[in-house]
Structure formats: C-alpha cells, structure tokens
Design a protein around this ligand. Structure first.
Ligand code: NAD
Ligand code: DAU
Length: 352
C-alpha cells in the first residue's frame, strides 16, 4: 500500500491511473479537492477497490495520522500543492498554507508514524517529495541547464513556497533520519491538465475561438515533459533512488512559449482543414517577475537510475491535443463547474 497526496490533480490522477495499470499495490489517495482536484479524472476507478479516496488536507495532522495507522503505507508520494504561478502572484496565502505549513504538518505526522515502525519497515519506508525546477530560479540564454547542485533562487511566491517545502524535507532527513527522496521536474503537459496552464489553455481557447494570450514577447523558455514520463520517473526514483538524494527530471526539450503556441495552432489546423488558429495569438502584458528560462540537466537520473523519457515533444503534444479533442465534455464540465457537482453525485459519502 502506498499513500499519494494530491492524487486528484493533474499529475496525481495520471500517477494513480498509471500505478494501478502496472501493479496491484493499493493506493490511498488523500486530496483536499481544491478547484484543481477533479475526481472525474479517476472515474474509471470508481469500482476499483485498489483505490481508496480520502478527502482531506495534508495539513490535518490528525487525519493524516489516522490514515497512516489504518493503512500502514510503505511509501508516501507527496504531490499535493497549490501549483499555478499566476494564482500565487494574485493570492500567495494558499501557497504558504498548503506548500509550506501543510507540508510541515504532513512531515510531523509521518515522523510520528515512522518512529513507531518495526526495524525492517522503518528501513524500507520512503517519503518521495515531488518538487519543481522553478526552485532553481531563472537562466540566461547561454547558461548551462540546472543540475541538482544548482543553488536555490526561487522568484515567485509559488516557487518560494516549493523551495521552503524542499528545505523542510531535507531537514527532516538530516535531523530525524526520515528516508526522503526529492524530485525536481520541469513543465508537464498531457491529459487532465487544468486549462489554466499554457498548453491546455491554448488548446481550449483555440477550440472556442478565443484569443491565445502570450505573455510579454513569448520568448520565455521552458523544458516540457509528457506527464506519463514524469510518472514513470517518480516510480523509478521510489524503486531505486538513494535515500536523501535529489533527482532532476526533464524532457530534454526546451522551447520558447511562442513556438509551443504555434505548434498547437498548426496541429489544430491539420485536424480541422480550412481553419485558421494562428490569428488568435495575442501578445498580452507580461507576468510580473516572469522567469526567462528553465532548463533541466537530467543526466543524474539517467546515469544512476537508467531513466529516460519515452515521449518526444512531437509525440506527446499530438497525444495531448487528441486527448482534449476526445474529451470535450471534460473541458465543458470544468468550464461550467459541473465537475464539482459530479463529485456530489458519485461520491455522496465524501459529503456526508
Ligand atoms: P494540480 O494543481 O493539478 O493538483 C494539485 C492537487 O493537490 C489537487 O488535486 C488539489 O486538490 C490537491 N491539493 C491542494 N492543496 C491540498 C491540500 N492542502 N491537501 C491535500 N490536497 C491538496 O498540480 P499538478 O500540476 O498536478 O502538480 C502536482 C505536484 O507536482 C505539485 O507539487 C507541483 O508543485 C509539482 N510539479 C508540477 C509540475 C507541472 O508542470 N504541473 C512540474 C513539476 C512539479
Ligand atoms: O517548471 C515547472 C512548473 O511548470 C511547475 O512547477 C508549475 O506547477 C507549473 O504550473 C508550471 O509553471 P509555469 O509557470 O512554467 O507554467 P504555465 O503553464 O503557467 O506557464 C508556462 C509558460 O507560459 C510561462 O512562461 C508563462 C507562459 N504563459 C502562461 C499562460 C497560462 C503565457 O504566455 N500565457 C498564458 O496564458
């Protein structure tokens, strides 16, 4: 049994689905169901007893302790977080509460549980903390990609809150000996991503004939990784990562934002002959403090754990666009808020 936090979000739901497609080991999924949590993503598991969903906050030490005692997980994958940079700029408080204070309370509950485990279970236990490349700050055009040794220089309330949680995780390993692993991953894309992030927003807006807002000059660079590759990397680190170590995860695929938007427009035009999506591209005011470039050096995980991404951007973006084209009801349910009502109907016990 493993415990996943944030398993109803974008990466979390992909992780849960992938895990159960490859193994019969049960998952307890603890998720607060903020706006970003969508149990519809996991509707295919509604009758699958290997998935146990608990609605709750990682900051609720009592609840987390109960879950740990009841289910005795051998590992925890901590994905729960506030994750959207723009939201962190407009309202940082939730980011401080969940990403810093919440992680602290989670760690306290885990420490108490781990302390009581028998010798072998204690040795084998793992806490895998999922973090981001944004903690390393911003690169200029010619600087080498981030390695695990790069200093922390977070620039947004989001990345500062993630950096704080990484430091707490590091301190709990160093001080209390908790068996921690940390991963720092670049930008993910793929099925089930909330249409506030660049790639799904552009697909959804284009299909609705709305403008495609490109911040600033559109020359900011991100490294893009298809979400199932992130999931396989997490599984690999959990399986073979050295306790106390940090692993960068990336797609070896740096692209300026404007190029991403143009690729999406071109692929949509191929899908709808005679259509014109490029005309919707609109340059808008830049994001405050916008990091210019992220790039991940993922050699350590390749060398030490033999992990490499399976998808290229060309294959991943086609799969992603096709997924959104095939799942227009999922998009509509998010836009109307119906995905929240779906939870009331299908998980009545959560609300009783
Ligand atoms: P997301 O916003 O789609 O999902 C976050 C999930 O966490 C949601 O289901 C939400 O309900 C849940 N949650 C939020 N606060 C919670 C709390 N206090 N207690 C319990 N659950 C809570 O995020 P995502 O894009 O899937 O990212 C998942 C993790 O991966 C985050 O830690 C993020 O920092 C990290 N990450 C994301 C990316 C990316 O490109 N999306 C890249 C690198 C790292
Ligand atoms: O690098 C990893 C991070 O990637 C994760 O830790 C975050 O959780 C995740 O949200 C993502 O952060 P970004 O800020 O890079 O992602 P976002 O999709 O919001 O933006 C990607 C780039 O596109 C960024 O340079 C801002 C730009 N952008 C974004 C939006 C939503 C636009 O130009 N227009 C937009 O409308």
């Amino acid at each position: 049994m493993i415990l996943v936090t944030g398993g109803a979000g974008f990466i979390g739901s992909n992780f849960v689905l992938d895990w159960l497609a490859q193994s019969d080991e049960k998952i307890v999924n603890l998720d607060k169901l903020t706006y970003a949590g969508n149990l519809q993503n996991l509707s295919s598991l509604s009758k699958d007893t290997r998935h146990i969903f608990v609605q709750g906050d990682i900051g609720n030490t009592q609840l987390v302790s109960q879950i740990l005692v009841q289910y005795q997980p051998r590992a925890i994958i901590n994905l729960a977080a506030e994750s959207h940079v723009d939201r962190s700029i407009h309202g940082p408080e939730d980011f401080i509460q969940t990403n810093i204070v919440g992680t602290f309370h989670l760690l306290e509950a885990v420490r108490a549980y781990w302390d009581e485990l028998e010798f072998i279970a204690k040795q084998n236990f793992r806490f895998l903390h999922v973090s981001t490349d944004e903690v390393y700050g911003s690169l200029t055009q010619n600087e080498p990609a981030f390695t695990e040794e790069h200093r922390y220089e977070p620039n947004s309330p989001y990345s500062a809150s993630k950096a704080s949680s990484d430091h707490l995780v590091r301190a709990y390993h160093h001080t209390y000996g908790l068996p921690m692993l940390t991963t720092n991953c670049s930008n993910n894309y793929g099925p089930f991503q909330f249409p506030e992030k660049l790639i799904p927003l552009m697909i959804v807006n284009a299909l609705a004939g709305k403008s495609l807002p490109v911040y600033g000059d559109g020359q900011q660079i991100r490294d893009w990784l298809f979400v199932t590759d992130h999931c396989s990397a997490i599984r690999r680190v959990l399986e073979a990562g050295i306790v106390g170590e940090t692993y960068n995860i990336g797609g070896w695929n740096e692209k300026p934002n404007i190029e991403i938007v143009q690729i999406i427009c071109t692929l949509l035009e191929d899908s709808f002959p005679g259509s014109a999506f490029h005309k919707f591209i609109t340059y808008v005011k830049d994001r405050p403090g916008h990091d210019r470039r992220y790039a991940i050096n993922a050699m350590k995980i390749e060398r030490e754990l033999n992990w490499k991404p399976a998808e290229t951007f060309e294959t991943g973006i086609r799969k992603t666009i096709q997924w959104y084209l095939n799942n227009q009801q999922w998009i509509a349910d998010i836009q109307t808020g119906a995905y929240r009502k779906w939870i009331e109907k299908n998980y009545p016990k959560l609300l009783s």
